[in-house]
Design a binder for this molecule. Structure first.
Ligand code: DX5
Ligand code: ZN
Length: 224
């Protein structure tokens, strides 16, 4: 199982996005939080900024849509440069139709669930998805604390599917990354833990190593 670190640019300096990207060259994905002021109270960035960043960055874009109507915007985000289009199961769009549209556009589809949404809701869609995003905070803002109560949801998806990417987002730091990895997650979003550190590249490596250590420990436990 590949471990991937996806730094969230929500915690970066929006006045200097290009140079912020140059501080995370060892990232596996770039996590971009899109908020519409309806699905969540906050408003962030949209297609024009993603398009501009695509021109200066070769790392795949992991676009997290916290918007009410992702179906209506799938084409626009695909065109802007999203590689993974992740939307919420709690949105207003038809879920199946939105996944199908993303796949038709040649992009990877991912579904996100909020902390209080039952994990069973995503199970019918697993075979079409590249990734499931289990939110470990309420979506909307960076810098919140990791909710451990969400860990059983990660375990359940991992039991059902050994190969799907399971991403965690919210409050992931050098310690909580281990709990998420132990539960079965392999893609880790980190905003504050990466961008508020002195050396973001070192923070990415520490997150990666802590996750990898935990995953190899859990595998050994299973083998014994
Ligand atoms: C929150 C966003 C997260 C956020 C994570 O709604 O989806 O991606 O940037 O930030 P940290 O890692 O600081 O909790
Ligand atoms: Zn996010």
């Amino acid at each position: 199982m590949d471990v991937k670190i996806s730094p969230s640019i929500l915690s970066s300096d929006y006045a200097n996005l290009q140079s912020e990207l140059s501080r995370i060259k060892n990232a596996d994905l770039i996590h971009i939080d899109v908020m519409d002021g309806h699905f969540v109270p906050n408003i962030t960035i949209g297609m024009p900024v993603i398009k501009a960043l695509k021109g200066v960055c070769d790392i795949p874009f992991d676009v997290h849509l916290m918007i009410s109507d992702p179906y209506d915007y799938a084409d626009a985000f695909a065109k802007a440069g999203a590689d993974i289009i992740c939307f919420h199961i709690e949105c207003k769009s038809n879920i199946e139709a939105t996944i199908d549209r993303i796949l038709f556009l040649g992009k990877k589809a991912a579904l996100a669930i909020k902390p209080d949404t039952p994990v069973d809701s995503v199970i019918p869609y697993l075979n079409k998805l590249s990734m499931v995003l289990i939110m470990t905070v309420e979506p909307g803002f960076g810098g919140q604390s990791f909710m451990q109560k969400v860990l059983p949801k990660i375990r359940k998806i991992r039991e059902l599917n050994e190969s799907i990417d399971i991403e965690v987002d919210g409050g992931v730091d050098f310690e909580t990354v281990k709990m998420a990895a132990e539960a079965g997650a392999n893609v880790f979003v980190a905003g504050s833990a990466v961008f508020k550190s002195e050396c973001p590249e070192e923070a990415i490596e520490t997150l990666r190593n802590n996750a990898l250590e935990q995953i190899s420990d859990s595998t050994q436990i299973r083998l014994v």
